[in-house]
Design a protein around this ligand. Structure first.
Ligand SMILES: O=C(O)[C@H](O)[C@@H](O)[C@H](O)[C@H](O)COP(=O)(O)O
Length: 299
């Protein structure tokens, strides 16, 4: 099939390659002149035969919204937009509505696989009407791994990204569990080769997984992770998972806690723990550790 691909970064660039390797014709647009096939979004739309399919692979939030709004003006009746970024499912609902007013279809597609997707295929979770999904199926078939990794999660807009969001919540919790286990093994002077323990867990155990494989890779490169700072960002999906759990009164102990652990990682010092130390000191005269001098810095 022929399709347009907007956003040729780490994900989009590799996806263009995988689609082309499968024999599809891809016209890519990116603001980076080194990677783009066409100079403008208008040129991308003009280069495609109608009915057009344009896959958007840009960061969630404003960049995706602006791209969808621009495409709403450039595309027409019978065309289709796929949002393959990590958009929030509620954004999909707004985008689907805007595009539907112009007769343009919409499919939301959560994409998992990161930088390994080019080689291994991308797991795809999509939402949208069966007719719209069928129009993109040849591209989905080229992008997904050979032996599965595709789901049409629901016909309402946002179903795909909702599934991907929950996937990412689980990803947070799994990573947190491996990380805490690793910290404990490192902290106790008993197990002599911690990376070897993790490596052994990859075979036959109930906790083997690709995340475990990736942690073993990281430990092979840096046995005690000494080159890294204990700081973890988040891109939003963990927060949205917890927000959705709160909205639906779904207990979410572990995923919520793994999200908050990331926030903790960004603090040089804990304001909450200062308050706890102050109260222990007030009620029990328990010793406190002094902070840096007021107005000065720790150094
Ligand atoms: O399945 C995947 O391939 C990942 O989940 C991918 O989508 C991305 O690496 C995360 O969005 C990072 O998310 P955080 O920045 O929130 O950790």
């Amino acid at each position: 099939m022929e399709l347009g691909l907007v956003g040729l970064g780490k994900m989009g660039g590799n996806m263009r390659t995988r689609l082309r390797e499968a024999g599809h014709t891809v016209v890519g647009f990116d603001f980076n002149p080194d990677v783009t096939d066409v100079p403008t979004l208008e040129a991308l739309v003009e280069a495609l035969p109608a009915p057009r399919v344009v896959w958007v692979m840009v960061p969630a939030g404003d960049p995706t919204r602006k791209t969808v709004e621009a495409l709403a003006d450039l595309l027409g009746e019978g065309d289709l937009v796929v949002d393959g970024g990590n958009s929030k499912y509620t954004d999909d609902q707004a985008h689907a509505e805007l595009l539907a007013e112009r007769g343009i279809g919409f499919v939301d597609c959560g994409v998992s696989g990161g930088v390994w997707g080019l080689q291994n295929g991308y797991a795809l979770m999509c939402g949208g009407s069966p007719d719209d999904v069928a129009k993109v199926q040849p591209a989905f078939d080229a992008l997904k791994p050979a032996d599965g990794g595709f789901v049409h999660a629901g016909s309402k807009p946002g179903a795909g990204h909702f599934a991907k969001m929950v996937h990412n919540g689980i990803e947070y919790a799994m990573m947190q569990a491996y990380a805490e286990g690793w910290e404990l093994l490192e902290a106790v002077d008993l197990v002599e080769d911690v990376p070897a323990v993790f490596d052994s867990w990859r075979t036959g155990t109930v906790i083997r997984s690709w995340l475990l494989d990736l942690l073993v890779n990281a430990l092979e490169e840096d046995t005690h992770l000494e080159k890294l700072r204990g700081y973890a960002d988040d891109s939003g999906e963990g927060r949205w998972t917890v927000e959705a759990a709160i909205e639906h009164a779904v207990p979410m102990h572990v995923i919520a806690s793994s999200l908050f652990a990331r926030f903790t990682s960004r603090q040089e010092d804990s304001p909450a723990m200062k308050a706890i130390a102050a109260m222990r000191n007030q009620f029990g005269g328990h010793a406190v550790h002094a902070g840096p001098p007021a107005g000065g810095d720790a150094g």
